[in-house]
Design a protein around this ligand. Structure first.
Ligand code: E4P
Length: 217
């Protein structure tokens, strides 16, 4: 499973990248707003840091506007992926970009049928929002499993990008359900390494080693 960072915070992206844990980045208008920066500046800076795909989302609601904004965003760097909403205009724009060989991420997906439409429109990625489904008492993992089955039934090549991930449990469950990618806040990715038995074992090994008085070097 690939890990994308779901953030527009450049410091967090640089840190995750330094561990070799980052396969890409996703942003959205809320994350850009939180960064307090201009979208063009922040996307260009992220793309210079990370060689993998970087999703940048259009703000327009209509096809023509999405195409204009998407073309502008795609011009910022080779690894920009145009993020489009799961609406009829968004699907039309997805088809437009996929025919031009520009990668797309169809976002705000909350059902298997929506994901099927995104795949038919040629999306590179479709983003089912796990956490927001859980918030309304719908099991987001069921949606991921259904999408995996449908995509496999028809050999659809669109990658399932599990989004709105809130916990390590979401990450492992999405991996078990067959998601291709999980996009997560930086804190969720870093928390995946934490286990109390690792800490306890390390403290014991360290104490025992100190007692030997040895030095490896
Ligand atoms: C996906 O690409 C979105 O940016 C994101 O995962 C939304 O997550 P949220 O529900 O935590 O805002």
């Amino acid at each position: 499973m690939k890990f994308f960072a779901d953030t527009a915070a450049v410091d967090d992206i640089a840190e995750l990248n330094s561990y070799g844990l980052l396969d890409g980045v996703t942003t959205n208008p809320s994350l850009i707003a939180k960064s307090g920066r201009q979208i063009k500046d922040v996307i260009a800076e992220i793309c210079a840091l990370v060689s993998g795909p970087v999703s940048a989302e259009v703000a327009a609601m209509d096809f023509d506007g999405m195409v204009r904004e998407g073309e502008h965003l795609a011009g910022l760097a080779d690894n920009v992926v145009i993020k489009l909403p799961l609406t009829l205009d968004g699907l039309k724009a997805c088809r437009h970009f996929s025919q031009k060989g520009i990668r797309t991420n169809v976002t705000l997906c909350f059902s298997a049928n929506q994901a099927l439409l995104a795949a038919k429109a040629g999306a590179t990625y479709v983003s089912p929002f796990i956490g927001r489904l859980d918030d309304i008492n719908i099991d987001g993992m069921d949606i991921i499993r259904d999408i995996r089955t449908i995509f496999d039934n028809y050999a659809l090549e669109t990658d399932i990008l599990a989004a709105s991930i809130r916990s390590g449990n979401h990450v492992s469950q999405a991996a078990l359900a067959g998601a291709d990618v999980a996009t997560c806040p930086a804190a969720v990715i870093k928390a995946l390494v934490v286990h109390p038995l690792t800490d306890k074992g390390l403290a014991q090994f360290s104490a025992d080693w100190q007692a030997t008085g040895q030095s490896i070097l």
